[in-house]
Ligand binder design. Structure first.
Ligand code: ATP
Ligand code: MG
Length: 402
């Protein structure tokens, strides 16, 4: 017997009280969006669970996609039968048989959600378990540590059976917490920061600064490839590519060497904030943490963050580099990030940027430059790219999908 649906359990959502419908709606949208490649599929969202009806689609591929959707605690490939004991026994036997090999043990774990059903969960455990014992030669019951656990869930509209519980990604459905702009470099940290923000329900649009011809097209492609990797967690992602060359040259020429990095970061944050306003974001996400490099000190944060009162989320601030690398490997960004192409932030980096820049001096040096027209020009000339997990970047109009 092949499973015909996948049962999704909500996890953290279930604690959200009256916001629940809102979260469930986001999750349903995200599941539908992620399963776009399978047009026959149907998604049913109920109060306490969700069903993906496969209608012949490849369950294995659907399972792989569901693993990366936030807001899902766990899920199970399942079959539905009528509420007749013979049907339950038959379907249960088939499922256990598929997983059975000599020497394996099993147990039945029934739940009676529909209290009007004539057998309670204990009855069902015994009846269905007894039937399987009789039919499958050599199988034994092990209540404590069975190799195969047959889950039988009796509901109003039918009985659901499954033998497998697959762990989901947890977290909250992307979009349920609003939208933020992710400052995405080609490094290891920012993609991980984006992933963690998404895990808390934040929809992310990426902003990448590049400085051609000082940075190569491959550096830009690297950022797009990273965006594509993490877009698997939201179904799609917009990337805004900001031309930064003129501004970097102007800063390089006009600001004392120890402060060029700080001023450059201030302008990057300012431009990101303007893009945030244009695209209706609520916050900014960065891959910054503390102490890794000279530019990442609290003094430096004070001098840079000064340009905006928009919340800047720094999901990595408390993490060790090794933990960050672990996540990068898990989400498939590490190998891309490790490619050697130069980043726009490093090309003009002075040999010794100030580790404790002073806010007043950063403001002063910046005010001596005529940056406003250059900032506006950079915002105007920003290129918007729409990314989906499986296809390559395209620049067509996908607005109806967003
Ligand atoms: P990452 O590994 O993300 O590059 P990092 O440890 O190298 O981070 P920095 O180079 O100091 O640290 O950058 C700090 C943060 O500034 C990055 O995590 C990212 O959010 C942002 N950033 C740096 N360079 C760029 C860029 N070219 N485009 C967009 N954002 C950037
Ligand atoms: Mg970097």
């Amino acid at each position: 017997m092949n499973y015909d649906r996948i049962l999704i359990r909500y996890g953290e959502l279930s604690t959200k009280g009256h916001n629940r419908q809102f979260f469930i709606r986001h999750l349903k949208d995200n599941v539908k969006k992620a399963l776009r490649p399978f047009p026959g599929i149907e998604v049913q969202a109920l109060y306490d669970r969700m069903y993906v009806l496969l209608h012949g689609a490849d369950g294995g591929q659907v399972i792989d996609i569901l693993k990366s959707i936030f807001g899902i605690q766990s899920f199970s490939p399942a079959v539905r039968t009528r509420k007749q004991l013979e049907d339950i026994e038959q379907a249960g036997l088939e499922l256990v048989r598929q997983n059975f090999a000599k020497g394996k043990t099993f147990k039945v774990s029934a739940r009676r959600g529909d209290k009007t059903f004539e057998y309670n969960s204990n009855d069902l455990n015994h009846l269905v378990g007894g039937y399987i014992l009789k039919q499958l030669d050599g199988i034994q019951v092990n209540v404590k540590q069975p190799d195969i656990e047959l889950l039988v869930d009796v509901r109003k509209n039918g009985v659901y059976l499954s033998t497998e519980v697959i762990k989901g990604s947890g977290g909250l459905p992307v979009g349920a917490s609003g939208k933020a702009m992710l400052m995405l470099s080609g490094g290891i940290d920012s993609p991980v920061a984006g992933y963690l923000a998404m895990k808390r329900g934040v929809k992310v649009e990426a902003v990448h600064f590049h400085s051609p011809p000082f940075t190569s097209p491959r550096a830009k492609q690297k950022a797009l490839d990273l965006a594509q990797k993490i877009s698997a967690y939201s179904g799609s992602m917009k990337v805004h590519i900001v031309p930064f060359t003129k501004i970097q040259e102007t800063i390089h020429k006009g600001v004392p060497e120890g402060y060029s990095m700080t001023v450059q970061r201030r302008v990057m944050l300012e431009i990101t904030d303007r893009l945030r306003k244009i695209h209706n974001g609520l916050a900014i996400v960065t891959g910054e943490s503390l102490g890794q490099v000279a530019s990442q000190t609290l003094d430096s944060m004070v001098a840079i963050n000064d340009v905006t009162t928009t919340p800047v989320l720094r999901p990595l601030v408390s993490m060790d580099k090794l933990d960050i690398i672990d996540i990068a490997q898990k989400i498939g960004t590490y190998d891309i990030s490790s490619l050697p192409y130069e980043d726009c932030c490093t090309i003009f980096t002075p040999p010794s940027p100030k580790t404790r820049p002073k806010l007043e001096l950063a403001r002063l040096y910046e005010s001596r430059l005529d940056l406003e027209p250059l900032i506006e020009e950079a915002v105007q000339n920003t290129e918007d790219v729409f990314i989906t997990p499986n296809e390559t970047a395209q620049e067509e109009d996908f607005s109806e999908l967003l």
